[in-house]
Structures are given as structure tokens and as C-alpha cells.
Design a protein around this ligand. Structure first.
Ligand code: G
Ligand code: G
Ligand code: MN
Ligand code: NA
Length: 252
């Protein structure tokens, strides 16, 4: 496959780039963190991860790519810490990466070599990943927590979460999937779902963040439903580092 060969080359030649989407407190709108989102500059175009993450998963390239993402994200988190402006740095972990036998030791090694304070690192795991082989998953999640990192469940509400398992997962945050946010109107069915997720999260002692927040109206409904944090185009698109730096300084 031509694209696969190109992708392999892109990893070796550092043609991948991390973008960062700010996350903010729902009331103060203060930036609390960023989600790292991978971009690939390929033949003069920006290829979406929707196109190449599945390919990377199938081919196994997600392992070196995921390692590059983890290391680059931790280096950036460390730079913000050293500058006295620490931010939560949230990193997407793919299924195959999470299930790789050396994932735990990779995370440990990257934390050590980058000397980052792991309290500011958040690993985003999707709901479907954590539901496979739950006993093993709980053990691995606990081992990751023991390294000092935070854990969130991404795309929450789209998979088939067993609520009893959720109670046993040593996680910190639920990320409400953007499919529940796009048509959010006070009193509608999506609002009922968001309300239930926020209550569930809070009753389990978790922080709840909504993704895909695009409008002032979304923000108002989410605030009314006591959601803690927001992420989405309303606040900012994913930005390359230089633009994020400008955005951060404009917020102070
Ligand atoms: O940023 P964007 O909306 O284009 O991302 C599309 C999809 O690709 C999302 O599902 C997102 O979670 C995934 N994605 C983006 N960056 C990464 C990454 O660094 N690692 C993994 N595993 N998935 C990513
Ligand atoms: O699967 P995950 O939640 O990691 O994917 C996040 C994806 O959502 C990224 O591709 C990102 O670019 C996209 N995204 C971020 N904010 C918004 C938004 O406000 N609206 C829409 N439609 N997509 C968004
Ligand atoms: Mn995510
Ligand atoms: Na999501």
C-alpha cells in the first residue's frame, strides 16, 4: 500500500505534527489543559487522522507512531512545566497501543526520560477499549495510575459501558462524546443524556468534560447541567504550537 509506505516514512522523517486543542473550565473559561491531536503533512495536504489512524492500527505502525506521540506530548508538557505554566496534556491512546504488551513499560520509560511531572499527563482511552477483558484492563489502568498519570474515558456514551465496571475503573474523567453536544438544547433528549452522564460522573467522583462545544448556547446548557469543563470550536480549534502559544498569551 502506497499510503502505508508513506506513513512509515512520515514517522521516520518527523512529518507528523501535534496540534493542541485547549480545554477550559466551564465558568471561568480559564484554560486547564490541551488535547493532543495528530496531523500528517502529506504531499502538500493535511491528512486527517480519521484516514490514517485506522491504517496505522491495521499495519501496526500505530506502535512507533503512538510512541512518538507520547514522547512528543510529554516533552511539551515538561516544557510548559519548566516555564511555570503547567497544563494538563491529554493524549489519545489507540486500542492496539493500549493492548500492546509493552505499553505500561513504554509509558514508564517516557515519563522517566522526559522528566515530566506525570500529574499533568492524561491518557484518553476509549470506552470500547476498556470494556474488553475488563479484569485485565482494570489492573493495567491501576498500574498506569500508579505511575502518577490521569486517565479519562474518551467518546463516553457511544460504546456499551457496563456501569458496574465503570465503578471499578480507576479513572479521573469522563469525556462526553460530541455527538451528544452538537444538537444540545435545554430539555431535549441530548440534554437528558448529558444530564445523566454528568450526574453519573459526579456521583463516581469524576470530572466531566464535554467535547464538540461549538456555540454559546451549548455552553449555557452544559453549565446549567453542571458539566465541569469544555472543549470545542466555541473556545478554540486544535492549534499548532505557535498558534496555541499566541492563544495562551492572549488569554492572560
Ligand atoms: O483531530 P481530529 O478530529 O481530526 O481527530 C480525528 C480522530 O482521530 C479522533 O477520533 C481522534 O481521537 C483521533 N486522533 C487524533 N489524534 C490522535 C492521536 O494522537 N492518537 C490516536 N490514537 N488517535 C488520534
Ligand atoms: O475522538 P476524539 O474525541 O479524540 O476526537 C476529537 C475530534 O473532534 C478531533 O478530530 C477534533 O478536531 C474534533 N473536534 C474538536 N472540537 C470540535 C468541535 O467543536 N466540533 C466538531 N465537529 N469537532 C470537533
Ligand atoms: Mn480524544
Ligand atoms: Na471524543
Amino acid at each position: 500500500l502506497a499510503l502505508e509506505a508513506d506513513l512509515r516514512y512520515a514517522i521516520e522523517r518527523n512529518q507528523l505534527q501535534l496540534y493542541f486543542q485547549p480545554q477550559a473550565h466551564i465558568h471561568s473559561l480559564q484554560i486547564i489543559g490541551v488535547e493532543c491531536l495528530i496531523r500528517w503533512h502529506h504531499l502538500g495536504k493535511l491528512v486527517s487522522p480519521i484516514e490514517f489512524i485506522p491504517l496505522a492500527e491495521e499495519s501496526g505502525l500505530i506502535i512507533p507512531m503512538g510512541e512518538w506521540i507520547l514522547r512528543t506530548a510529554c516533552q511539551q508538557a515538561k516544557a510548559w512545566q519548566d516555564a511555570g505554566t503547567p497544563l494538563i496534556v491529554a493524549i489519545n491512546i489507540s486500542v492496539r497501543q493500549f493492548q500492546h504488551p509493552h505499553f505500561l513499560s513504554l509509558v514508564r520509560q517516557v515519563l522517566q526520560t522526559t522528566a515530566v511531572d506525570p500529574a499533568w499527563i492524561e491518557l484518553e482511552i476509549t470506552e470500547s477499549v476498556v470494556m474488553q477483558d475488563a479484569d485485565h484492563t482494570i489492573e493495567l489502568l491501576q498500574q498506569l495510575r500508579d505511575l502518577g498519570v490521569m486517565l479519562s474515558i474518551d467518546d463516553f456514551g457511544t460504546g456499551y459501558s457496563s456501569l458496574s465496571y465503570l465503578r471499578r475503573f480507576p479513572i479521573n474523567k469522563l469525556k462526553i462524546d460530541q455527538s451528544f453536544v452538537g444538537n444540545l438544547v435545554s430539555g431535549n433528549q441530548d440534554a437528558a443524556i448529558v444530564d445523566a452522564i454528568v450526574r453519573l460522573g459526579h456521583n463516581l467522583g469524576l470530572t466531566v468534560i464535554a467535547e464538540g462545544v461549538e456555540t454559546e448556547a451549548h455552553l449555557a446548557v452544559l453549565a446549567q447541567l453542571h458539566c465541569d469543563e469544555i472543549q470545542g470550536y466555541y473556545f478554540s480549534r486544535p492549534l499548532p504550537l505557535a498558534e496555541l502559544t499566541r492563544f495562551l498569551s492572549s488569554q492572560i
